[in-house]
Ligand binder design. Structure first.
Ligand code: SAM
Length: 211
């Protein structure tokens, strides 16, 4: 899975091609919890994968721009949107977010587990994400706080930022944003041999103040 000769896009395409579905097909729990009370508008989903979040948002009435580096994932996601009857509400964009970022302003920008194996400039991408939030809009970033137990020994040098570190790295201008949520929470995942494992995730939700 970490063949150094592959580009990031090729690695993710290969990962998605391993099976018909690599994620659960359900929208992320924190996204649903934190967004369900918001008034639907324009949403941007960064690293949308197989599209479960984008499809859920579209079903709630959002107009969604959903971006991923993997064409395999996006084709699959578009199929799910068509099955759900929301194909016309989602604009699927294949991009390497380290190289280009969607145009426009959004009432919600969501990055759910935007992690990868390679050298993605995640902090810069998430600063671009903040810049794309419209006045009054929300930025929701949900991240892993560390590796799962079955992988941690392989990457002792990799640091996962805490929500405070993430907030600082966003460099949000003073007086223009409010922090609505900054937490660390435990999640149970299933390991490669079917064993349950506890994993720390974190969530940061900020709102750009209306002008
Ligand atoms: C861990 S998955 C999370 C997928 C989805 N957000 C979810 O929660 O199920 C990370 C996603 O980011 C995408 N990705 C990785 N690097 C990227 C990049 N540089 N630009 C755009 N998408 C990228 C991958 O293809 C993958 O779909």
């Amino acid at each position: 899975m970490t063949d150094d000769n592959l580009t990031e896009a090729e690695r993710w395409d290969a990962r998605y091609a391993e099976s018909d579905r690599i994620w659960s097909g359900n929208p992320n729990v924190v996204l649903v919890r934190e967004v369900k009370e918001l008034t639907p508008g324009r949403a941007l989903d960064l690293g949308c994968g197989e599209g479960a979040d984008a499809v859920w948002l579209a079903r709630q009435g959002w107009r969604v721009t959903a971006v991923d580096i993997s064409r395999v994932a996006l084709d699959r996601a578009a199929g799910h949107a068509a099955e759900a009857g929301v194909a016309d509400r989602v604009d699927w964009q294949r991009r390497d977010l380290g190289e280009s970022f969607p145009e426009g302003e959004f009432d919600l920008v969501s990055a759910q587990f935007l992690h990868t194996w390679g050298d993605m400039p995640r902090e810069r991408i998430l600063r671009n994400a903040a810049a794309a939030v419209a006045p009054g809009g929300v930025l929701l970033i949900v991240s892993h706080g560390g590796f799962p137990p079955w992988e941690s020994h392989a990457h002792p040098d990799i640091h996962f930022p805490t929500p405070d570190e993430l907030l600082e790295s966003l460099q949000l201008p003073d007086g223009q944003w409010e922090v609505l949520l900054s937490d660390e929470h435990e999640r149970v995942q299933t390991g490669p041999d079917g064993e349950p494992a506890h994993r720390m995730d974190n969530a940061l939700k900020t709102r750009r103040l209306a002008r």
